[in-house]
Design a protein around this ligand. Structure first.
Ligand code: BEZ
Ligand code: FE
Length: 295
């Protein structure tokens, strides 16, 4: 009897959407209501549990500031952000074959800072940043392998200990961030540091959830890239440091095998760009591929 009344209630709530003008909104709301009601039935949710969920979401909202987006962190740690990223990339590319050739996308994360300065090819973007030097180089091509010149690469990472400039109290200048534009051969090259693994912010409700799950809070070492070129699908992605701790258990599910890169250890001496290195350093090479946008 209860089951029948419960299903009837679901139906009644959905019927309230009958006059909704926006068809997409109607689909989203219908499925959301259906799944939410199904969830409540399936787990036999108690009033205390529902109130705990409401309090959790309330705290999540209250933890958000201009610099802190706890809801995105929640989405990231539930794997929802990656689901949306993967679906968006599949949808945006012209054909599945072309999409398969494109560099895979991953989460943007909370530490993107728009407006990084454009730097000369080969610059060191981590001059005053703790960490072991690393030389990054490669090409950007289209799916046929043709070099793409004029592609903008927006690059950012934390320091060698996994700390982003935005996380440092009073740090108003950008660190380890820059934009580069590929040359006539589609090449890019720059110096930064070899990024370290780091924990996501754990002092809010998402941290409480992660601890309760029994999951570690870490992301493997990675450097972020946004690539854009007119007529092509923009990509927000990372390169991950092969063999980094947590490479198999990223707390936000962002790792894709195709983005794992070997960082090769180099002894002091002449670097690939001719720079004389007095200390050991690392080399990371990666070629990006952009897919044409649907027209
Ligand atoms: C990041 O890579 O910067 C990041 C992504 C998701 C959550 C927290 C940090
Ligand atoms: Fe990051």
């Amino acid at each position: 009897m209860h089951q029948q009344e419960s299903l009837q209630l679901t139906q009644t709530v959905i019927e309230r959407l009958a006059d909704t003008q926006d068809p997409r909104f109607k689909v989203l709301m219908t499925v959301l209501i259906t799944k939410l009601h199904e969830f409540i039935r399936e787990v036999d949710l108690t009033p205390d549990e529902w109130m705990a969920a409401i309090e959790f979401l309330t705290k999540t909202g209250q933890t958000c500031t201009e610099k802190r987006q706890e809801f995105i962190l929640l989405s990231d740690t539930l794997g929802a952000s990656m689901q949306v990223v993967m679906a968006a990339q599949a949808r945006a590319s012209a054909t599945p074959v072309v999409a398969a050739a494109a560099t895979e996308a991953t989460v943007q994360g909370p530490y993107y800072w728009a407006g990084a300065p454009q730097r000369e090819m080969g610059s060191n973007i981590a001059q005053d940043v703790a960490g072991e030097p690393a030389y990054y180089a490669g090409r950007v091509t289209d799916p046929q392998g043709n070099p793409m010149s004029g592609v903008v690469l927006d690059v950012w990472s934390g320091d060698g200990e996994g700390v982003y400039d935005m996380q440092v109290e009073g740090q108003t200048e950008m660190l380890a961030r820059a934009r580069f534009v590929t040359d006539a051969d589609g090449r890019y090259a720059f110096w930064s540091i070899r990024p370290s693994y780091y924990p996501i912010p754990m002092d809010g409700p998402v941290g409480v959830m992660i601890k309760k799950i029994g999951q570690h809070p870490n992301r493997p070492g990675h450097i972020h890239f946004k690539l854009s070129a007119p007529g092509y699908v923009d990509i927000t992605t990372h390169l991950f440091v092969a063999n980094s701790p947590y490479i198999d258990s990223d707390v936000v599910f962002g790792v894709r095998d195709s983005l794992i890169v070997d960082f090769h250890y180099q002894n002091p001496g002449a670097a690939p760009d001719g720079r004389e290195m007095a200390t050991p350093y690392w080399c990371a090479e990666f070629d990006f591929c952009l897919a044409p946008a649907r027209t």
